[in-house]
Design a protein around this ligand. Structure first.
Ligand code: MSP
Length: 497
């Protein structure tokens, strides 16, 4: 058993959550459920990023008190995770007292290390990104003019960590996945000389004050990154010791440099271990444009999609169709087509036809040992079991889309076999018995790998199979001398276009 700590980005509390936020969180939730099936002790953290100018300005435009504003925005995210059945263990708000303490302590460690000095910042800034720019006049993401800033500022000696960063990323090929993103960071580090990072602001007071110099607030990205540590703070056990080492951050490609460059440097400076991995996702787009609050026409409410296709339908579509690290242009018709093909026709029909035939043929169940199977039955079962092993391997590599495709492939394999064998025409009772026993075991395997992808559907089918208490990969390959079928319910109804 391993301890694992999975995190999503903490989302800006300046607007309603959209499909893009839901996507990153679904990926993390899928991995959490997968690792739990492996027997690991997994914590999933998310939260809300509540400080900085971006939030301050949006609250002012909305004419709301800042604290009330962030509290209600943060609440919208928490509500969404409940609606989407995301199994969040830790929800960190950066306005929480614990977080403020953790950030101040982190700052003090950086000071003690000699990595913080006072200077003057003059340059360009995008409030949408909460990021400094060294060149250009416009932010390409937010499509606004960069703002000129000139203010006293504390700096972090980021430049001192350049060689160590290159070395770390080179010698840990799995630190950033997929490899295209790793290469992007490496080529940036090899070609650009890192400058020291301005890590405090005087132009806003909406943030965590710099210890002993409260005129300054700590740069919102330092504040936000530290939430990964503060989420683990709590009563009782030392989760920083048990769960932090090897942490996995699920992020979008837009925030890669913060996580791959600033965050490791800050942690080294503070004398803390680095996370084990960054899993970098692409973007969901609408007509080629990133779904983003700053482009309201692109906004899609995940709850509306879930109302239409179910929580499992929403999860499954994105988990299967977004290839690791790549963008996906969202199209409603494609969503419906994929769900009808994979969940209603392929998986759903297979389960229903099998379960009906089983109950009508053997209402009290089947008693059999594996050596009662004919060679083709055994071959089918072995192929499906090999698929489960492959699934475990691809998910360990965080290639969820490959895992979801494997599920579809295996459903298709069993379906095609069922179609070809036509067991409903079989007149030899012992032959039929052996075949249905084998398919029952195939479906146990299939629904095991379906649990992280479509948790509700998979659990419902496992209840039909009488396998609901065996949610662990250690159950894969186990043979049951008696199998039966419980009450049959429809699996995934076909969606109307
Ligand atoms: N608050 C910072 C993160 C701090 S983490 C220490 C932030 N927040 S955000 O709300 O703007 O977006 C965070 C993440 O949401 C992105 O990195 C990405 O994972 C996800 N997405 C936001 N829009 C997205 C899409 N259109 N598509 C896919 N994911 C997107 O940045």
């Amino acid at each position: 058993m391993m301890n694992r700590y999975l995190t999503t980005p903490i989302y800006y509390a300046n607007g309603a959550p959209h499909l893009g936020h839901a996507y990153t969180t679904l990926v993390a939730d899928c991995c959490k459920r997968f690792f739990q099936l492996c027997g690991d002790d997994v914590l999933l953290a998310t939260g809300s990023d509540e400080h900085g100018q971006k939030i301050e300005r949006t609250a002012a435009i909305a004419g709301q008190d800042l604290e009330d504003f962030v509290a209600s925005r943060s609440n919208e995210f928490e509500t969404l995770w409940q609606r989407l059945q995301i199994s969040v263990d830790l929800f960190e708000r950066t306005s929480s007292p614990t977080h403020k303490k953790v950030v101040a302590a982190l700052w003090t460690r950086l000071v003690d290390r000699g990595d913080i000095y006072k200077g003057y910042y003059e340059g360009l800034y995008c409030v949408g990104c909460e990021q400094y720019y060294t060149s250009g006049s416009h932010c390409l993401i937010h499509r606004v003019a960069l703002e000129q800033y000139a203010e006293p500022s504390y700096f972090f000696r980021l430049s001192a960590y350049q060689a160590r960063l290159i070395d770390h990323i080179e010698s840990n090929p799995e630190f950033i996945v997929p490899a295209t993103r790793r290469n992007e960071v490496l080529s940036f580090l090899r070609s650009e000389k890192l400058t020291d990072l301005s890590v405090s602001r005087t132009s806003t007071s909406w943030g965590i004050p710099v210890p002993f110099d409260p005129e300054h607030v700590i740069y919102v990205w330092v504040d936000a990154l530290a939430s990964y540590l503060s989420a683990l703070e709590g009563e009782g056990e030392d989760r920083l010791a048990t769960h932090w080492p090897g942490a996995v951050h699920f992020i979008g490609k837009d925030i890669l440099l913060f996580h791959a460059i600033y965050w490791p440097a800050l942690l080294w400076s503070a004398g803390l271990p680095l996370p084990g991995k960054l899993v970098v996702n692409g973007w969901l787009t609408v007509e080629g444009r990133k779904i983003s609050k700053s482009d309201p026409a692109t906004i899609i409410d995940p709850v509306r999609v879930a109302d239409r296709v179910g929580v499992d339908g929403l999860r499954f579509y994105f988990l299967k169709t977004v290839r690791l690290g790549q963008d996906l242009d969202f199209q409603q018709t494609h969503l419906i087509d994929v769900l009808n093909a994979d969940l209603a026709n392929n998986f759903g029909n297979l389960v229903s036809r099998f379960a009906r035939l089983f109950t009508t043929s053997f209402p009290t169940g089947i008693d059999l040992q594996i050596d009662g199977l004919a060679a083709p039955d055994l071959e089918l079962l072995n192929q499906v079991r090999a698929g489960t092993t492959r699934f475990v391997a691809v998910l360990h590599g965080y290639d969820i889309a490959a895992g979801a495709r494997l599920f579809v492939e295996l459903s298709g394999l069993i379906n095609a076999d069922f179609q070809r064998r036509e067991p409903w025409r079989c007149v030899d009772e012992s032959e039929l018995k052996a075949y249905l026993w084998a398919v029952h075991h195939c479906l146990r395997e299939l629904t095991l790998i379906a649990l992280p992808l479509v948790p509700n559907l998979a659990s419902e089918v496992r209840a039909i199979l009488g396998a609901e208490d065996e949610a662990a990969f250690s159950q894969s390959g186990v043979n049951h001398s008696h199998v039966q079928i419980g009450e049959i319910k429809p699996v995934y109804p076909r969606l109307q276009a």
